[in-house]
Design a protein around this ligand. Sequence first.
Ligand code: ADP
Ligand code: ZN
Length: 758
Amino acid sequence: MLISVVVPVPALQELTYDVPDDQPPPTVGARVVVPLGTRLVTGIVAACDVSLPPDVSRGSVRPVARVLDREAFVPADVVALARWTADYYGAGAGATVTAVLPPLSREARSDAHKTRRRAVITQTGAAALSGGVRVSGSRSDAGPGRLVSLTSKQTEALRLIESAPAGVPVADLARQGVGSQLIARLARQNLVTVHLERVERDPFDASPFSAPPVEPGRRLTPAQAVALDRLTHLSAAGRFRVALLHGVTGSGKTEVYLRLAAEVRRAGRGVLMLVPEIALTPAVAAIFREAFGREVAVQHSGLSAGERHDQWQRIRAGEVDVVVGTRSAVFAPLARVGLIIVDEEHDGSYKQDESPRYNGRDVAIVRGRSNEALVVLGSATPSLESYHHAVTGRYEHLVLDRRVHDRPLAAVTIVDMRAEYAAEGPEVIFSRTLRDAIETRLERNEQALILLNRRGFSTAVFCRQCAGTVDCPNCSVSLVVHGEGSAKRARCHYCNHSVRVPQACLLCGAGYLEQSGVGTEQVEAHLRTLFPAARIARVDRDAIRRRGVLQSLLTRFRDGGLDVLVGTQMIAKGHDFPAVTLVGVISADVGLGMADFRAAERTFQLLTQVAGRAGRGDRKGEAIVQTLYPDHYSIQFACVQDYPGFYDRELQFRRAMRYPPVLSLINTVVRAKTFVGAMADATALVVRLRAADPDEESFAVLGPAPAPLARLRGEFRVQFLVKGRDRRRMREALEAALATRPDVSKRTMVDVDPVSVL
Ligand code: ADP
Ligand code: ZN
């Protein structure tokens, strides 16, 4: 019998093998050991009894070496879901199976166990740092007891490593500008040692909070009761349906999820709960764990391979009937799925930014359809797509438009920074309004969140004489300054290239370099000078590199050990901090300048979400939003928390520009060593695409043109967009064009339903 097999090799599509008669009959989802080149690998049966593909000769089909399972190892519906994902997103079957399934077996991948290297300072290293510098003859023979001379780079690296008693992961050091060669040199000099460690975590380790105790007797608000009633009714019907639970921040959506999940479990069906990021949406995961105890399994990419595997096996064995996890949990081997909840469904992190570029929310809907399940999409700021489906009746639309206990939404004040600059000069970071508001909070012992969605100290260095900027040599972006004093460096946020901040302009030699563009580090520093007595901390990707830091910061803030938390969008998400009465937004404009069709939508979502963090306790909340565009509709509507108003306005724009949800979109980026090469390759693809639909009956092609990020890691990038109503035809035409140029295909990124076209 011929079968189709997916092997976990990213570049490969499904392969055809023959099952000899002496082997047990295979089933879809069973593991099979198959020859691949000169190796044997473990794959999954994708389909049985297939016919010979037209481009394969019968003689070239090799036999399966062994059928490992009598029954499906991966449930058949999950195999079907993975195949759908590979097809829909134009990703290889191999890439998809690698991404969505747990490490298959030892033969499958050598990196199944996640390990990392950690550098730890030695006694010699510590001694060398603490001063007594004696010049040693050779670099490699510095034994214990002999001190060596250190370059400033080495000193800097050793200080970093010394700062953590348990050492620092080498990958983290690389991100801070300490390369592996430097570490290798330090290791040769016996100044540091490098350990290989296996990454292991408790699944709930990343969740900073224990859940508040469940109060079973708690009375639902009238709106919660209506929503729960309707959802329970829908789930009891045992049919596929999608419902949008559109509830303002603090309206108690989690309580609705919890009770609905309990109902579905009672009815003997499984519950899948998707959250954007476990570490940033801690409450939901913790609350589910609290409510369902050991019956909950967790699936997210932060788990070690071994742990993910264990959790996966528990789900597979039917030991749990509730799974909480990030986007890949949509492929969890849970049986009899009756309910899939997608919390914060608008969140961009549901979209995977590498192949397969799937959107966990959309795959959840497909799974819901095949499992005859109810899919609940929850958000205070639904994506335009989901809301569009809700108002056009395709989805059930449930609204929670009040906060629990009728707490008022935060009152929002817009500060026009143009006026502020005119009055106070262009260096102003905190307007007078915001400064006063923070001061009042400190006096009253209340807490404040300060948001700026841009990390680093300054976001550019430029020359006052020639206006030249200090750019990344590999990418078309300017370098971002991090740190102050001796730790100051300019770094590329895309490729991590990092240099000392130059003293003079690299273009004209003038010594008038200035830094511009404020990032979170500068906000934090400035805040410390304004309020020296305040307890301040910062949460952004740089600040929370070390494991456990995020958790301890959030816990400290929640327990009142901090007054002000400065951060990027990480602090805007679903946290519930009852003592926060002020949210300050340093600049609402960060996202608006981006050449992306979702710029306004993202700005609206961020502002609404962050304003939603204020006033969740007994005291009223206030938000202060600084902007140079006080009249922009995304800012205006966010300030009055008018989602329908925003939707109508934004939909006009999408209609006029023909963007989703009005049309479907595929973003395509071709990479090449030269710009001319990238342009020529992209043009060849576009010509073929246009020839496939000359009258633009099902789609139109925009471009090719240099991508917004025109150079990345030394490669040039040229972009084109395919827009149309018929996604299938668009994909097929694109695949046909790519098939004529396999060389170009390898350098082409295809993103179906992109969340961003940058
Ligand atoms: P959302 O996710 O909609 O922003 P949450 O689910 O975080 O809102 O709920 C906000 C707060 O209200 C939480 O502290 C939650 O425990 C509380 N809460 C939710 N429902 C009720 C209720 N029916 N009675 C009292 N408190 C509630
Ligand atoms: Zn770069």
